[in-house]
Design a protein. Structure first.
Length: 289
């Protein structure tokens, strides 16, 4: 049954995916995903927008979004599913290196507790173990999953995205600038394009990949709200604080930072106060106060 995408006409770039069909490679739009009865696996490289796409799918009526980590840790997946029809499971790759055995099997065990509902699952290409995962899903669902690859932004997608950000004229200038310097491949990655959009609003355009990321840091690190100006740290302190925060997530295998009291911290969460034990951790806590 096709679903209505209420936000598709509100400045959202519709994503295109491809998959291998018996008649050859086929492309489809994200609005077509809800018409499949087979389990769907959405694959893509880092920054390609898998999480954004799955979050949109999770907003559809009858669809429920969660991360793979949330599902695996859930003591009551029935409550998590909440009577919906399709479970939209994001970021399988973020748990695959932290769990014993395959993450797909751990997800399937939870889906069995839900009587094997329809599902959509995302994973980075490099972390997707196709040979074993497809067999496991086929055994439980009696349907071979369809492996969909999230495509880079097309030229039209890039033009639309940048035009929505700061107008058609400036968008054309940005695209021409990057094309003329052999950096056009950066425009097809949504995450990188978002950085480009932020940088393009501030100053002259960068001439190299390294310059782009340096300028992105300049745009992103500073505080823009006067009400929080008293908590503003210098650039180096903020970079170190961010490093401490992400190091904590990597070292512990957790998914989220939280301000919750110690008694209320759930699985997959790490308290901000624990970061203080890492080098540069106090900078991070000062930034949040």
């Amino acid at each position: 049954m096709n679903k209505v995408f209420p936000n598709m006409d509100k400045g959202i770039v519709e994503r295109t995916l491809w998959y291998e069909h018996k008649d050859g490679r086929k492309e489809l739009k994200e609005t077509e995903l809800s018409s499949f009865i087979e389990p769907l696996i959405i694959l893509g490289e880092a920054g390609m927008g898998k999480s954004v796409l799955l979050a949109r799918l999770g907003e559809l009526s009858g669809f429920k979004y969660c991360t793979a980590g949330q599902l695996i840790r859930s003591q009551d997946p029935v409550k998590l599913f909440d009577g919906n029809q399709v479970l939209v499971i994001d970021a399988l790759d973020e748990v695959s290196s932290q769990k014993e055995g395959t993450a797909v099997d751990a997800v399937l065990k939870k889906l069995q507790q839900l009587n094997c509902p329809a599902f959509i699952l995302s994973c980075r290409v490099a972390d997707w173990q196709s040979a074993t995962a497809v067999v496991s899903i086929l055994e439980d669902y009696s349907k071979k999953p369809i492996e969909l690859h999230l495509m880079s932004f097309s030229d039209n997608d890039i033009q639309r995205y940048l035009s929505l950000s700061f107008g058609v004229e400036r968008a054309e200038v940005v695209i021409q600038h990057f094309n003329s310097r052999g950096l056009n491949q950066l425009l097809g990655n949504p995450q990188t394009l978002e950085l480009i959009g932020k940088v393009a609003q501030e100053r002259e355009l960068p001439n190299s990949r390294s310059e782009l990321f340096e300028r992105a840091i300049d745009v992103l690190w500073c505080e823009h709200k006067d009400s929080k100006a008293q908590y503003q740290l210098d650039k180096e302190a903020i970079i170190q604080a961010a490093g401490a925060a992400f190091a904590a997530l990597i070292l512990t295998g957790n998914e989220a930072l939280t301000r919750k009291a110690a008694a209320n911290i759930g699985d997959g969460e790490i308290s901000f106060t624990e970061i203080a034990t890492l080098p540069n951790g106090p900078c991070f806590l000062n930034r949040l106060n």
